[in-house]
Design a binder for this molecule. Structure first.
Ligand code: ZN
Length: 99
């Protein structure tokens, strides 16, 4: 089975984790033998993975802050929608009473 560079790069994460089926593993190995660009990509991918593992877990306060902001925006949108519906209902009622 011949695969192109895009397919090869899609398979690399599973290749690295040794999760590929034997036929996909073989196809990727054959591609890597003939494609220096993908070999370099695999090398860089592995280096990046090591960096990610070595990175500290990080500060979750930024994520928590973003989630709070997102919730505030959602609550504002829901509030405005309800206000719009109430206004629409009131105006419709007033209009009906004036007819
Ligand atoms: Zn390639």
């Amino acid at each position: 089975m011949n695969i192109n560079c895009e397919m090869a790069r899609d398979l690399l994460p599973m290749f690295k984790d040794k999760c590929l089926s034997p036929s996909s593993d073989k196809a990727l190995r054959e591609h890597l033998k003939t494609c220096p660009a993908c070999r370099r990509y695999l090398h860089e991918y592995r280096a990046r993975q090591k960096d990610d593992i070595l990175e500290p877990a990080g500060d979750f306060s930024e994520i928590a802050r973003r989630m709070r902001n997102h919730r505030t925006v959602t609550e504002l949108a829901v509030g405005l929608s309800i206000a719009a519906l109430v206004t629409y209902g009131v105006l419709k009622t007033i209009k009906r009473e004036n007819v």
